[in-house]
Design a protein around this ligand. Structure first.
Ligand code: UDX
Length: 458
């Protein structure tokens, strides 16, 4: 019944696995489904197939408690759950712009074919607006209308590294529904979240809306965040020519609560599996709908983001005293250490990582590039096999004529410039995340370059 609906999460990638585990933790009976047998076997054996703080332990305790199971069978998942969350991937299409919905189509179709009673199917993956209506048609085509199966939409806002917190203690829940029944089912499916908040004297705002709005909320939020980052990176570009310091500028404008100080970190820009892909897919969809002009600025947001990557190359050429031709700088014969491969710290994710893109560009310009990252090495090797990978920060910087810090891991932020100075061939550093103590490094004899801030006067 709706008091404690049984939940299924279809697609046990980053999103689905995290949700399945956290909702079991909230006390629900949960079944995780995936077509990937290896992934399901791993999860069933208590191993999270990716790195996310705190998740391993929750997986094991909830498996042990019997609230959480995993399957590759559509029959089993269709029999089990009252609410089915669709969490499969929506990768970028071959054309580089729109989203590929083939996994959504396959999972919904196969699930629908096996359903024998009234359930709710809830979309969670990031999709183009209009997808919920399309899923509704798919479901209608593959199920008996007598069953009264309904569709709803509920976007997620997970940040890697904080995913467990974001699921257990979200700052809002958004649901797009068409009926009171669907609304009630979704409320019941989230009651554990509301109950937890109540015990902690918090409230989780609930926004109940239509399909289109619910779908748009997710991409609008990501577009806003991407814009905020590109805004401060644009200010960094201006600071570079005007002689200003973007870190102080960000601090100063961030005190205005209307602006806020978060997501104003200038640097080598945004990456990851969401922001870059989502702003492109959003533009493509708006174009299809005839509102391309409304999102034209997102193209500019993307360009600013790409320019920050090129800026690192330009700074490298400058520091190494290499001339830049029309094809970019020639860095042949130089040895460069790149610290950071993950798109952000506390993650092993290298998808669209600015750090790895810059490392590859430096190598393409002829440099001998040695990369180190505390968590992202395995994924980086697959994404950029031609680079050299070292097993420690010390090994990466040994003999380097330039060190580029491109992901702000605590290990790098707290590194001792004196000690590192003894390993390198020349003390030059590009702080691609403005995360180092510039004065400390300059005093240790390093030639320091940040992003959008002047070199420190020693
Ligand atoms: C993002 C959204 O934050 C999340 O709500 C959504 O559900 C998925 O996309 P995530 O991809 O995990 O989450 O990363 P996030 O922490 O948002 O960082 C994205 C990128 O922006 C990173 O490459 C990060 O380095 C960069 N960034 C972030 C900046 O360059 N400056 C900032 O001030 C903040």
């Amino acid at each position: 019944g709706a008091a404690r609906p049984r939940l299924a999460f279809l697609g046990t990638g980053y999103l689905g696995a995290t949700y399945a585990i956290c909702f079991a933790e909230l006390g629900y009976e949960v079944l995780g489904f995936d077509v990937d047998e290896a992934k399901i076997a791993k999860l069933a054996a208590g191993q999270v197939p990716f790195h996310e703080a705190g998740l391993d332990e929750l997986l094991r305790t909830n498996l042990a408690a019997g609230r959480l199971r995993f399957t590759t069978s559509y029959t089993e998942v269709a029999d089990f759950a009252d609410v089915h969350f669709i969490c499969v991937g929506t990768p970028q299409r071959g054309d580089g712009m729109g989203a590929d919905l083939s996994y959504v189509e396959t999972s919904v179709t196969n699930l629908a074919r096996h359903l024998t009673r009234r359930v709710l199917i809830v979309g969670k993956s990031t999709v183009p607006v209009g997808t919920a209506e399309w899923i509704e048609q798919l479901v209608a085509k593959h199920t008996d209308p007598e069953l009264g199966i309904e569709v709803a939409w509920s976007p997620e806002f997970l940040q890697e590294g904080f995913a467990v917190e974001d699921v257990l203690r979200p700052n809002r829940i958004v649901v797009g529904v068409k009926s009171e029944w669907a609304n009630g089912m979704l409320y019941a499916a989230h009651k554990g979240v509301f109950d937890l908040a109540a015990t902690e004297d918090r409230e989780v705002p609930l926004v109940v809306t239509d399909f289109a709005t619910a779908e748009l909320v997710k991409v609008a939020a990501n577009a806003f965040l991407a814009t905020k980052i590109s805004f401060i990176n644009a200010m960094a570009e201006v600071c570079e020519v005007a002689g200003g310091d973007v870190t102080q500028l960000a601090r100063a404008i961030g005190y205005d609560p209307r602006i806020g100080n978060r997501f104003l970190q200038a640097g080598v820009g945004f990456g990851g599996g969401c922001l870059p892909k989502d702003i492109r897919a959003f533009q493509a969809r708006a174009q299809e709908l005839g509102a391309g002009e409304a999102l034209r600025f997102l193209h500019e947001v993307d360009l600013i983001n790409q320019r920050r990557r090129s800026k690192v190359l330009q700074l490298a050429a400058e520091l190494l005293d290499r001339r830049s031709g029309p094809a970019g700088p020639d860095l042949s014969g130089t040895r460069i250490a790149v610290l950071g491969a993950a798109f952000k710290p506390n993650s092993d994710d290298v998808r669209d990582a600015p750090s790895l893109a810059v490392a590859a560009a430096l190598a393409k310009a002829g440099a001998d590039v040695h990369v180190y990252d505390p968590q992202g090495m395995e994924n980086a090797r697959v994404a950029q096999p031609a680079l050299h990978y070292e097993s420690s920060m010390a090994e990466a910087v040994t003999g380097a004529e330039l060190v580029c810090v491109l992901t702000e891991w605590a290990d790098f932020r707290n590194a001792d410039p004196q000690a590192l100075g003894e390993l390198v061939a020349a003390k030059r550093v590009i702080d691609g995340r403005n995360c180092l103590d510039a004065l400390l490094w300059a005093r240790a004899g390093w030639e320091y370059r940040g992003m959008g801030r002047p070199a420190p006067a020693v």
